[in-house]
Ligand binder design. Structure first.
Ligand code: TTP
Ligand code: MG
Ligand code: MG
Length: 358
C-alpha cells in the first residue's frame, strides 16, 4: 500500500519575511504589489495568518487588502530570498525519501511507502519532517498524508496551518465526499460554477454523477474529475531532476561581424530557449550571452531580470547584452544564449502576469 505525503510551506513568502524581521510575526503582514495608499494596482501574493483574519487572501487586488487593513505591513517581493529558502527546504525534504517530487516553490510530494510500516509510523515520520524543516530552515509547514497524491494534497489543506492530517486507506471517499466540489483537486472556479448548475455542489454528488454527462460537459477532464471525486488517483510521485539552465549555441558558417546576421541568430536561439523553458514549465531570471571570437577567446555577459518566461524579454535582453559587450571589429565564430535561475511554479506565473500588466 502506498503512503504519499504532501509537504506545503505555510504562508511561504510572508513566513520568509518573518525570518528577516521576526517582529512581523505579531503583525498582519502582506507580500505583493505596493498598495500606494489604496490606489496601487497588482495583487497580494500571500499574507500571514494574522492578515488572513482580516479577510486578506492570495490573489486579491492589493487595493482591496489595503481597505481591509490599512496598517498591515505591506512588503515587496524578494524572490531571490524565497528561492534560497525554498532550495533549503527542498533539500531537507529530499533527505526523507528516495522519491520526492517538487511541485511548486513551496511544496513537494514524497512517496514514504518504503519508510514507514503503518499509519502511526506515518504520523511519526511526518512529525520528524516538520520538526526538521522548522529547526533547520526556520519555517512552518503543513503535511497531508494519504494513499494517493490527490488525498495527500487535500489532506494538507485540511492540516493548515502548522498541522498534519492523515487520511487512512479506505477513508478517502468519506474524507472528501462532504466537501464542496470547488475543493476537489483540479476544479477551478469556472468548473465549480458549471458543476453547481448541473446540480453537483458537493464532491459526494459528483462521485455519483453519470460519467457520460460529465464527458459531454467537460470532455476527458470529466472522466478525471469523476475519478477524483471517487477518491481515485493512481499517479506516481515522479522524482524530478533539477534543470539548472537551458542554453543553445550556434557556430556560424564562417566567422562574422555582420550585426544583422548575429542578431538574427540571437533571436532564433532565444526562441528555441524560450520554447524549451515553456515545455518544462519554468520561468527564468538570468540571461547570459556567450560570444566566442575567431581566435577562440570567449566572453560571457549576463543580466538578471524579474522572473519571466517571455520570449520577447529573453530576445530583447540577449540582443542588448550582445550590442553592449561585443568587441568592435572582431569576428565571431560562435554565439550562445542561456537562461538560468529557473523556477517552476505555475501559479507564480499566473500572478506575475497580473503584476507585469500594471
Ligand atoms: P501557496 O502554498 O499556495 O500559499 P502560501 O504558502 O502563501 O499559504 P498556505 O499556508 O495557504 O500554503 O503558495 C506558495 C507561495 O507562492 C506563496 O507564499 C506566494 C506564491 N504564490 C504565487 O506566487 N501565486 C499564487 O497564485 C499563489 C496562490 C501563491
Ligand atoms: Mg504554501
Ligand atoms: Mg503551495
Amino acid at each position: 500500500m502506498r503512503t504519499i505525503m504532501l509537504i506545503d510551506m505555510d504562508y511561504f513568502f510572508a513566513a520568509c519575511e518573518e525570518i528577516k524581521r521576526p517582529e512581523l510575526k505579531k503583525r498582519p503582514t502582506v507580500v505583493g504589489a505596493d498598495p500606494k495608499m489604496g490606489r496601487g494596482r497588482g495583487v497580494v501574493m500571500t499574507c500571514n495568518y494574522i492578515a488572513r483574519k482580516y479577510g486578506i487572501r492570495s490573489g486579491m487586488p492589493i487595493s482591496a487588502a489595503y481597505r481591509l487593513k490599512p496598517d498591515a505591513e505591506f512588503l515587496p517581493l524578494d524572490y531571490s530570498y524565497y528561492e534560497k529558502k525554498s532550495a533549503e527546504v527542498m533539500s531537507i525534504i529530499r533527505g526523507y525519501s528516495a522519491k520526492m517530487e517538487q511541485v511548486s516553490i513551496d511544496e513537494a510530494f514524497i512517496d514514504a511507502s518504503g519508510n514507514i510500516a503503518d499509519s502511526s509510523g506515518a504520523m511519526e515520520y511526518a512529525k520528524k519532517i516538520k520538526k526538521s524543516v522548522r529547526e533547520k530552515a526556520g519555517l512552518p509547514c503543513s503535511i497531508g498524508i494519504g494513499p494517493s497524491r490527490l488525498i495527500a494534497k487535500m489532506a494538507c489543506e485540511d492540516a493548515k496551518p502548522d498541522g498534519i492530517r492523515l487520511v487512512d486507506h479506505g477513508d478517502e471517499k468519506a474524507f472528501i465526499s462532504g466537501m464542496p466540489v470547488g475543493r476537489l483537486y483540479g476544479i477551478g472556479r469556472k468548473s465549480e460554477e458549471r458543476l453547481a448548475g448541473m446540480g453537483y455542489d458537493t464532491v459526494g454528488k459528483l462521485a455519483n454523477a453519470n460519467i457520460m454527462e460529465l464527458m459531454d460537459a467537460f470532455g476527458s477532464f470529466g472522466v478525471e474529475m469523476h475519478k477524483y471525486a471517487n477518491g481515485i488517483d493512481e499517479s506516481e510521485v515522479v522524482e524530478n531532476y533539477e534543470v539548472k539552465s537551458i542554453g543553445r549555441e550556434r557556430t556560424f558558417e564562417s566567422d562574422t561581424d555582420d550585426r544583422e546576421e548575429i542578431l538574427r541568430a540571437i533571436l532564433e536561439l532565444s526562441g528555441e530557449v524560450a520554447a524549451e523553458a515553456a515545455k518544462l514549465g519554468v520561468s527564468f531570471k538570468t540571461i547570459t550571452v556567450k560570444m566566442r571570437y575567431s581566435d577562440f577567446s570567449e566572453h560571457m555577459k549576463g543580466l538578471s531580470i524579474r522572473p519571466s518566461s517571455s520570449e520577447a524579454a529573453l530576445g530583447g535582453t540577449a540582443k542588448m547584452l550582445y550590442t553592449a559587450n561585443v568587441e568592435k571589429g572582431r569576428k565571431l565564430r560562435k554565439i550562445g544564449v542561456r537562461v538560468s535561475g529557473l523556477s517552476d511554479y505555475k501559479s507564480q506565473k499566473r500572478l506575475s502576469a497580473y503584476l507585469s500588466s500594471e
